[in-house]
Design a binder for this molecule. Sequence first.
Ligand code: PLP
Length: 369
Amino acid sequence: MSVQTQIPILDLKPQVSALWPELTAAVEKVLKSTAFILGPEEQTLEKELSAHLGVKHSLGCNSGTDALFIALRALNIGPGDEVITSPFTFFATAEAISHVGATPVFVDIEEKSMNIALDQIEKAITPKTKAIIPVHIFGRPVDMDAIMTIATKHNLKVVEDCAQSFGATWKGKQTGTIGHIGCYSFFPSKNLGAYGDGGLMVTNDDELAATMKMLRVHGSRKKYYNECVGYNSRLDEMQAAILRVKLPHITKWNEARRNVAKRYNAMLANVAGVITPEVADGHVFHQYTLRVQGVDRDKLQAKLAEEGVGTMVYYPVPCHKLKLYEESHRGVVMPLSEKLASEVISLPIWPEIDEATQARVVEVLRAAL
Ligand SMILES: *Cc1c(COP(=O)(O)O)cnc(C)c1O
């Protein structure tokens, strides 16, 4: 291997360095307070998030996975119910559906947006269908007008999976605030990441908010007067304090991500065999994901790694092709998810990546094609 700088797929160091004084002060404040769970930082963060997102209720929890799971529980979705979602997502989306005992029903994706195919959702609806989980994949907003029209017509609930789309907007509205419940992840690599696990549920519905609030603390509204079997799923004070330092920067960071994507698109405009992603309105580029054609994608990835360029394949196996769902989806063909799963490759992206680093990534990619 030649000796040159390694370019990771994600570099969190510039942000930690830039915010070092504020971050350490925030952590020290929590240490001194000795309030570590659901304390003042968390309560203030929830208010700040509600104001930022334009939503009535924000509730912190342990992870994006828990947020989805608690949202489905709050909507009373369980055994015998079906939930429609995209197979081209991180497993946690489907996992949450399975965890409440319901059945995930996958609908193929659209080629351009890589999001759920809006014109195929209605065909998948049965009398058992209770909800739709649109996933704003890679930070690209799903057409929420179309989703809400279908949901209203068929009396379905909508839980938005916003794990990759903090700050993404659909017609000026924040993703997560359009459906009945929005679920976010604060996993460190997400657009708004904590320094540990964390998640968020948002809603404009008072009753749903009260139920989710109860579910995250062992099914109790009043301590030790437990009303139902809930969970222990809370956002801790360290993470809340860190997120409060980071939240005021998220809009600027997302704008920077869009500029990084535009720069890559310009650099790759005339490269044969490469399909670049569209810079759609409101897209926040959690990932910058290309499609490559006429080459072995996995070999290409290995070549890039040899040259020190980190890439990832999100996701090599669409959910309906996972062994555990094969049984329930036997014979189902989802041509676009399957095709894209073999073509996608995500390039290094973070808000502070510079043009020279991007140029190097593109140079290595072109040589490897
Ligand atoms: C990351 C992610 C999740 C899960 O979030 P965690 O905080 O890691 O539990 C769910 N859905 C999607 C699409 C994700 O990318």
